[in-house]
Design a protein around this ligand. Sequence first.
Ligand code: 4NP
Length: 157
Amino acid sequence: MSDRPAVLFVCLGNICRSPLAEAAFRHVTGQAGFPVLADSAGTSGWHIGDPPDRRAQAVARKHGIDIGSYRGRRVSTGDFLSFTHIIALDRDNLESLHGVQPAGATAELRLLLDYVDGRAGQSVEDPYYGGPEGFDRVWDEVLAGAQGLLTRLMERP
Ligand code: 4NP
């Protein structure tokens, strides 16, 4: 168990939404000087070892963040013990996580937009099959989620 919040962001492929959520969370916590551990993973094994989608890398770069070294991985049962929070990007992946959650899991399991006023229970929709504007929307949503999560952690670690 970590001495600081350890947050794992989870989407389907771990190449679009969850790497951007990880990057946004690293960004806001770094700016606040609030120490955390952050990582991301996918519920599928489709992109293990892959870098983030080019469109995700482009939107991060637009905001001054390089995510080119991130690599896809699949969520594991051990993650439910080693992370304090596992944050799903959408409702389908939250359901998948509930399905693989082992007995004795200690991580708090939530949706990212639960931390955004007026967006509780909502999904960050999959931008994979759309155009680049979808990635701008994802960035805005993950940044708002990251800020809301940081605020919550600062109130109640
Ligand atoms: P992500 O997006 O879950 O936000 O990483 C996707 C990436 C890849 C696929 C689907 C969604 N795919 O079908 O390969």
